[in-house]
Structure formats: structure tokens, C-alpha cells
Design a protein around this ligand. Structure first.
Ligand code: NAP
Ligand code: GCO
Length: 264
């Protein structure tokens, strides 16, 4: 029988106090995994712990800025001390800055690259040695539509997420022989705090133009929810995907396949 169970596994999901990371971690717990997560601020870790407790999940939360290699090393050591070797890593923590490229400061560009691309490198580098020692593991990088497409104002984010797709493929290539599978999930447009500015009601009460645009670009004719990502994440974290490596699984309601609804 195909095995989607995560019983006995330890999963680290970065930036998982809320949003997509929280949903993925919750799905992993429901499949039997022990959950570790981090956030930058203690108050958000505490908020996350309360949210996990409300769902009956005994998660471990840690304060860690994933762009800081010293903090990441300490995070991995703490998780391994508290829960044991990390079997599943989800590089979920991410930021976006929506600024026209010619107006974006180089420092702002660097900040996005740092969190969305450098950090998955740093955290994966910290976890891979113990995965090798323990006979393998799963790394899931949260990519994006912008791993494939561009749009106005998201140059740094698209560059980072495009790079993250290739980092995913390279980890798969370099460490596949150690039974480590590294894949990506490419969410479409998901209703979370990160996309809230694109969905907020206009002063006249009408829908945000981007909201209507995305619904017209999505065959499913709706924004995704974090629940839509749970099954794909459990699949890529489980032994059901042991021969899937270097793949980005787009969970986008069909956006990448669709030219978009014709104007009526
Ligand atoms: P979100 O609601 O903004 O949550 C992002 C999380 O990452 C927050 O908990 C945030 O913590 C944390 N984080 C940011 N910088 C960090 C750092 N340096 N160290 C540790 N944690 C950090 O975002 P989301 O919508 O859930 O997205 C999660 C991931 O999915 C991101 O990688 C995003 O790019 C990707 N994604 C999102 C969508 C979408 O439509 N929402 C679609 C495709 C891909 P703080 O609150 O403390 O900043
Ligand atoms: C944006 C959105 C997107 C989503 C996601 C799509 O401004 O276009 O924030 O980037 O977050 O990455 O897959």
C-alpha cells in the first residue's frame, strides 16, 4: 500500500507561525510527524505555539532568523536535541517587496534574495549532513508562480524564486545518492497575509483589481487556500514520493496552463 504516513518523523518548517507554513506543519502533524518551527520574533513564536495547541499539536517553536547562519546552526542543534534528527525540512519562510525595479534600492533587492534564496541554502546546508548520516531525508522548497513567470514590481522575488527552483534541482542532483529527495511546491495565488494587499476591498467597496485579475487567470476561478497545499506537501514529505526528485509541484489551480479568461 502507498505510504503517506509521517509517523515517527521530525519535520522543521521555517516561518510557520501562520500562513502556508502553519498549514503544511499542521498537515504533517495530522500525518504523524513531530513539528518544529521558527519565527523571527518570540511573540510570533508564542502566537504560533498557541495556534498549534488549539489544534492539539505539541509543536516546538524557536526564535531564529533564517538568514543568519549562526542562528540556523543553533536552531538545528536545538531541534535535534529536543526532537531528534530532522527527517523533513520545509524552507517556507519568505518575504516579498512589491516595488518597481527602477525604484527598488539595491538593499531592498538583497533583503528579498537573502530570505527567499540565501536562507533555503543556509538551512538546507545545516540539515543535509545529518540527513546523510541518518540514511536520507526530504527537503521541500516553497517556490512560486514567480519561479516561472514575471510581473511588474516583483523583480527581487521572481529572481529569488527562480533561483530557488534551480537550488531545488541542484540539491536533488548533488544529494540524491544519499536518499535525499529535494522538491519544490509552487503555490499559485493563496489567501494569506502575504497576499492580503492584493485582495483588500477598494474604498468604494469594490474588489481589488488584482483579485479579479487572478480569478480570471485561474481555471479554478478562485484564490487558493492554505488547505490546498496540505496534500501535496504530505505527498512530497512521505515515502510515497521517494522516486520524485528535483521536481516543482505547482499547486496553482491551473494558472500556468491557462492563457486566461477572455474579456466578456
Ligand atoms: P507570510 O504569511 O508572509 O508568512 C511568511 C512567514 O515567514 C512569516 O511567519 C514570517 O515571519 C516568516 N519569515 C519571514 N522572514 C523570516 C526570516 N528572516 N526568518 C524566519 N522567518 C521569517 O507568507 P505566506 O503567504 O505564508 O508564504 C509562505 C511562503 O510561501 C513564502 O516563501 C512565500 O514566498 C511562498 N508563497 C506564497 C504564496 C501566496 O500566494 N501566499 C504563493 C507562492 C509562494 P514574520 O511574520 O515574523 O515576518
Ligand atoms: C504577487 C504575489 C505572488 C504570490 C505567489 C504567487 O505579488 O504577485 O505575492 O508573488 O505571493 O508567489 O505564486
Amino acid at each position: 500500500m502507498v505510504n503517506f504516513s509521517l509517523e515517527g518523523k521530525v519535520a522543521l518548517v521555517t516561518g510557520a507561525s501562520y500562513g502556508i507554513g502553519f498549514a503544511i506543519a499542521t498537515a504533517f502533524a495530522e500525518a504523524g510527524a513531530r513539528i518544529a518551527f521558527n519565527d523571527i520574533r518570540q511573540e510570533l513564536v508564542d502566537k504560533g505555539l498557541a495556534s498549534y495547541r488549539e489544534k492539539g499539536i505539541d509543536a516546538k517553536g524557536y526564535v531564529c532568523d533564517v538568514t543568519r547562519e549562526d542562528q540556523v546552526r543553533a536552531l538545528v542543534a536545538a531541534v535535534e536535541k529536543d526532537l531528534g534528527p530532522i527527517n523533513i525540512l520545509v524552507n517556507n519562510a519568505g518575504i516579498i517587496k512589491r516595488i518597481p525595479m527602477t525604484e527598488m534600492k539595491a538593499e531592498e533587492f538583497r533583503q528579498v534574495i537573502d530570505v527567499d534564496l540565501n536562507a533555503p541554502f543556509i538551512v538546507s546546508k545545516a540539515v543535509i549532513p545529518s540527513m546523510i548520516k541518518n540514511g536520507g531525508g526530504k527537503i521541500i522548497n516553497i517556490c512560486s508562480m514567480m519561479s516561472e513567470l514575471g510581473r511588474e514590481t516583483v523583480s527581487a522575488y521572481a529572481a529569488a524564486k527562480g533561483g530557488l527552483k534551480m537550488l531545488t534541482r541542484n540539491i536533488a542532483s548533488e544529494y540524491g545518492e544519499y536518499n535525499i529527495q529535494c522538491n519544490g511546491i509552487g503555490p499559485g495565488y493563496i489567501a494569506t497575509p502575504q497576499t492580503a494587499p492584493l485582495r483588500e476591498r477598494q474604498p468604494d467597496g469594490s474588489r481589488h483589481p488584482f483579485d479579479a485579475f487572478i480569478v480570471a487567470k485561474t481555471p479554478a476561478a478562485r484564490w487558493g487556500t492554505t488547505d490546498d497545499l496540505k496534500g501535496p506537501a504530505v505527498f512530497l514529505a512521505s515515502s510515497a514520493s521517494d522516486f520524485v526528485n528535483g521536481h516543482v509541484l505547482y499547486v496553482d489551480g491551473g494558472i500556468l496552463a491557462y492563457i486566461g479568461k477572455q474579456p466578456q
